[in-house]
Write a protein that binds this ligand. Sequence first.
Ligand SMILES: [Zn+2]
Length: 447
Amino acid sequence: MDRTRSTLIRGGVVLPMNGARLAHDPGSVLVVDGRIAAVGPVEAVAAHPAADHVPVVDASGHAVLPGFHNAHLHSGLLRGTAESLALWEWLERHVDPAHRALTPDIAEAASYLAYTEGLRGGTTSVLDMWRFMEGSARAAEEIGIRATLAPYTADRFDWFESLESNRRLLETHRRSADGRVRAWVGLEHLLYCSERMFREAAALAEEFDTGLHTHSSETRWEVEECVRLYGRRPIAEFEARGILGPRTVVAHAVWLDDDEIEILARTGTAITHCPCSNMKLSSGAAAVGLYRQRGVVCALGTDGEKENNNLDMLEEMKFASLLQKLSTQDPTTGDPWDILAMATRDGARALGLDDVTGSLEEGKDADVVTVDLRGVRFVPVLRGADFNVAAHLVFTASAHDVADVWVQGRRLVQRGVVVSVDDTAVAARAQAAAEELFDRRRSLTLG
Ligand SMILES: [Zn+2]
């Protein structure tokens, strides 16, 4: 037995997120060699033959749940510098010039930062759209997080990745680091990419038997522009271009009509809801409750540091719930259990990882998070008919309350401290990289 990947997480409020609205309280999770060997009430798990032979972590006073899938983010270094603009002007003024100034080393520092921040807050899996992603792969490998890498590719501007560089990433990282790091095909956006590029991207994903990630239907303007240019709304246009299916994840999907919801459901295409970004850029409110009812797999994502301004999935859950309640004026939507499902099992499903992770079930990889419920903010914690821990997780908890994080059974965060990398060094490197990025951007703009 590998004792570095075997643990008895004992005595917490265990939410397996296995499809039932169920908690074991007090419950335990037994991890043997990186996989979940047993989940259930404390006594039942203690009876497992391996339970006496593994290190024990006392989880009393903690919620224990599957790790979060941040199913849409961008590594980046623009936090707090690109404020109070709507999407398209914001892209032109801040984001595109930063892309022009980016170097592989700066990009790698940004991925180290994003994955460390995510992991510290309970994110065990990211779908990152970024550039020079060999560096992102190195960051994910060292930090220990799961990463699905979808480069920002586009052919209407020359500062993005190309399908050639995406191909090189697929050749080395289609599946690396024991399957923790995977490369997908990325397409920045319908309006950034030619029709030919879409066809070639679909063929590339097919050739490498892998997934595809893009943005769409984030603003009303962009939907109208698509109709003007191509005579169809974006999701219908995507279907015509052959990129939809169970291994495609579309970020945002705010402005969908009934036909587009039906297309997503019929093709098994998942979306990633990014409520904070959608609010901050005044993009709109995706009707996620309706999408889910109609059978669309809906994951949750923070989007980037520049449009959020953090990568806190617990905070994102609260936004997801509140935005549904506000936009529908129906307080019964945005139920905490549904929101938790979006962040865990539905995220795994969107990413095609639901065979290996997304819930605490025997045989799955041990991607586990504990959240410390002992602070004054969580009083009272109640059981039985008054059970309120799902609501605490969605409405009260934030990244700071995450205590422990395991990925494939390795304990990467220990009592609030990231142990797989030195987070002070990660922050210092990213600070220096950001200063270099801003200097380069300034000289490019002036030059
Ligand atoms: Zn995005």
